[in-house]
Design a protein around this ligand. Structure first.
Ligand SMILES: *Cc1c(COP(=O)(O)O)cnc(C)c1O
Length: 421
């Protein structure tokens, strides 16, 4: 459920008509609903009630500080994957002891920043990283709390580009080698082993792969404890999928996911962390865009938008589906028209949807992409020298620009010319 509904014939974000935001900030833009963000966070938090737990929002999904602060004030921790994300979380007021640091390629600089600024734990992904982390911690006179990310070799049954838990993926250490790697970690004085980490992929629409992975983690917890390790925390990753299409079968509910966690690892007495990103932000955001031209081709009509693949890359990158709806509610009985919906960039990949049914649409009409809150704005680029589009946050009847549209001059003047030109 989200808070983008038609009221009085026009699409609203909570109590604000989207057309009003469009007049204020221009198109295209991203808009997020505070109520939806909070609702999704609460679903996870409630699902783990009874367990000692922390929901660490995977901020790579949507990392605007206003979003982070909204969630942090509700009690969320953060899962970060870079120094930039760490600093952003800090800037949004998240304390270091609620930030976990994930990622396969943490640099010395990133590790140093987090150790100095404070960190809940590093989720270590390899032995070389372990060695570097140990060295940096010793140099700073600190001890780094770690979990080790294990790769459970389960098939997440999701898009190949976002599956991370098979042995051929670059993530984590093979679970078969875990005991040896934990034994090694225990000998390094700059590290304190506190737990196990796992993350098997994104947009999972089935609980079965989680069940397999978490069962393996539970078995490993018992083994590692027998080996003498003090396993007190399990980080179970993110990955729960969202309904991108209203006509599809609904993915599992956070409550069922929570019950699965309790069933598989609840008896171990560990503190449990989860790292949802997409499910918190995905359906809490829309991208609103204007139709520039309606072009009739041979056997098909195109809607050419002022948004392009550089603004929302998911369709080009993952063949992702987004429901696309007009801002003006179609009157009952309106006959749908079929359009290919494309951006202005000179690449065939700049196609958002093919043969999509919409009411008859004209140049100047506004339409919205649903489910664009996660992996939308954060993956945008300035390809074709198109400035990054603004982000807006709605809260009840208020809205605020939380990242403004840069001027063309601001974008262009970041270039510097060498002396010889
Ligand atoms: C991407 C990622 C997440 C979040 O995944 P979602 O599918 O957005 O929930 C969580 N943890 C790690 C380590 C990730 O890489």
């Amino acid at each position: 459920m989200d808070h983008f509904q038609y009221r009085n014939g026009t699409l609203h974000a909570e109590d604000v008509p989207l057309a009003e935001i469009a007049s204020a900030v221009g198109t295209p833009f991203y808009v997020y609903s505070t109520a939806t963000l909070l609702r999704h966070f609460a679903l996870f938090d409630d699902a783990l009630e009874g367990l000692d737990h922390l929901v660490c929002y995977a901020m790579k999904a949507a990392s605007n500080q206003a979003i982070l602060k909204t969630l942090a004030q509700a009690g969320a921790g953060m899962d970060v994957v870079s120094q930039g994300e760490y600093m952003r979380a800090k800037a949004a007021g998240v304390p270091g002891d609620k930030i976990v640091f994930s990622g396969v390629g943490k640099t010395v600089e990133e590790i140093r920043t987090a150790l100095i600024g404070g960190i809940r734990q590093f989720n270590v992904e390899s032995e070389p990283e372990m060695a570097v982390l140990n060295a940096v911690a010793l140099e700073l006179g600190k001890v780094a709390p770690i979990t080790i990310r294990v790769n459970p070799d389960v098939d997440a049954r999701t898009h190949a580009k976002i599956a991370t838990g098979k042995s051929e993926n670059k993530f984590g250490i093979p679970i078969k080698r875990a005991r040896a790697v934990y034994a090694h970690a225990a000998t390094l004085p700059g590290l304190k082993v506190i737990g196990i980490d796992v993350h098997i992929g994104s947009q999972l629409t089935d609980l079965e792969p989680f069940e397999q992975a978490y069962t393996k983690v539970a078995d490993l917890t018992v083994q590692l404890r027998e080996d003498g390790h003090d396993i007190i925390r399990l980080d179970l990753g993110g990955g729960l999928g969202i309904p991108y299409s209203r006509s599809n079968q609904a993915p599992p509910l956070p409550a069922d996911y929570g019950a699965l966690i309790k069933r598989t690892v609840g008896h171990l007495g560990c503190e449990v962390e989860i790292e949802p990103g997409r499910l918190i932000a995905g359906n809490a955001g829309l991208m609103v865009t204007k139709v520039i031209y309606v072009k009739s081709g041979e056997g098909r009509d195109f809607l050419i938008l002022d948004a392009a693949m550089n603004d929302l890359i998911r369709p080009a990158m993952y063949e992702a589906h987004h429901d696309i709806v007009p801002l003006v509610e179609p009157t009952p009985g309106t006959l749908p028209h079929t359009y290919d919906i494309v951006g202005p960039v000179c690449e065939t990949g700049d196609t958002f949807a093919k043969e999509r049914a919409l009411p008859e649409t004209s140049a100047g009409d506004l339409i919205a992409f649903r489910g664009a809150g996660a992996y939308g704005a954060v993956m945008a680029s300035e390809y074709n020298s198109r400035p990054l589009i603004p982000e807006v946050l709605v809260n009840g009847d208020q809205f605020a620009v939380i990242r403004r549209r840069p001027t063309l001059d601001e974008m262009i003047n970041r270039d510097t010319l060498p002396a010889w030109l």
